[in-house]
Ligand binder design. Sequence first.
Ligand SMILES: Cc1ncc(C[n+]2csc(CCOP(=O)(O)OP(=O)(O)O)c2C)c(N)n1
Length: 339
Amino acid sequence: MELNQQTLLDMLYYMKLTREIETRIERKLYRQGKIVGGVYVGRGQEAIAVGSAIQLEKDDCICPSHRDMGAFLIRGITPREVFAQYMGRKTGVTKGKEANMHMGDMRRGIVAFVSMLADTVPVAAGIAMTFKMRKQANVVLCYFGDGATSRGDWHEGLNLASVQKAPVVYICNNNCYAYSTPLEKQMAVKDVAVRGAAYGMPGVTVDGNDVAEVFRATREAISMARRGGGPTLIECKTFRMTGHSAHDDVKYVEKELFEEWEKKDPILRLETSLLESKTVSQEAVKKLAARITREIDEALAIAENDPFPDPAETLDGVYADQSAEAPLAFANTFFSQVR
Ligand SMILES: Cc1ncc(C[n+]2csc(CCOP(=O)(O)OP(=O)(O)O)c2C)c(N)n1
């Protein structure tokens, strides 16, 4: 895929759409009590999912983590589905079984995030090995945070992928914190990228707030993976411009750090560069913002009126064998007790 004007404009659209959807989720719906449970967003990290996932082809696959909303949107999850998912509606991706970002859809090449950090990393290696065995020229993009790279499964997954020359690109959102733990208290190396060398894998570090840089590094890694050259580890340096989750007041992060990174906001940067190069006009930027607000308003209005699932559907799609009696008996007993 060329990094031309149209690609840049498409990326601006997806980055802004991500920001606006997540702002509604984190700062409105959650505070209104319409979303219960944890809410994790990728405010400030939008360039990473967008600059990479935009290059995928139809039968490629993503293994997103909890700050990669842009990748879901690019793979075809609609804003209505996202809102319905978070509000536990039947029309959500998990049909109301989970009200968070642990959502996947194999038809759209999205493998649901395993909540145990780094557990998706060996899974991604396995999917990529399947592509290779089937002689399909497809790739897997696997996302995670810096904290996940200190988990054992992460290392086993990278090793396996590298030994097998699996067509997978490992993408780290290095946002300086793992919840409240700053980088230097979490790992003894400065860059996550150097960890690739231990597994004979190229490791590159890019400015994760520069969508063009993310795009170029991913393009090279995808091309190598499709040619049978094996995996790459891409570390995208960025910053989480909000709390770990919606309930977190981030008192442990200096105010100055937020101010510093506000200036490096990836959306602001792309928009400014497109305006300065006269690729877009002020008028077009305003129109894009209005289009996104309209799309979100419409999607949210529909999702809010969407039904909750029927309790009788609780187990649908949960067990491979729908006729299994034990879980049904358990569910019947459970519901007869709560009713
Ligand atoms: C094995 C494991 N330990 C702890 C948690 C709880 N937890 C969820 S997100 C998170 C922080 C992860 O940090 P990082 O990997 O850097 O990603 P970030 O949240 O910064 O994007 C923690 C500790 C978990 N989900 N899995």
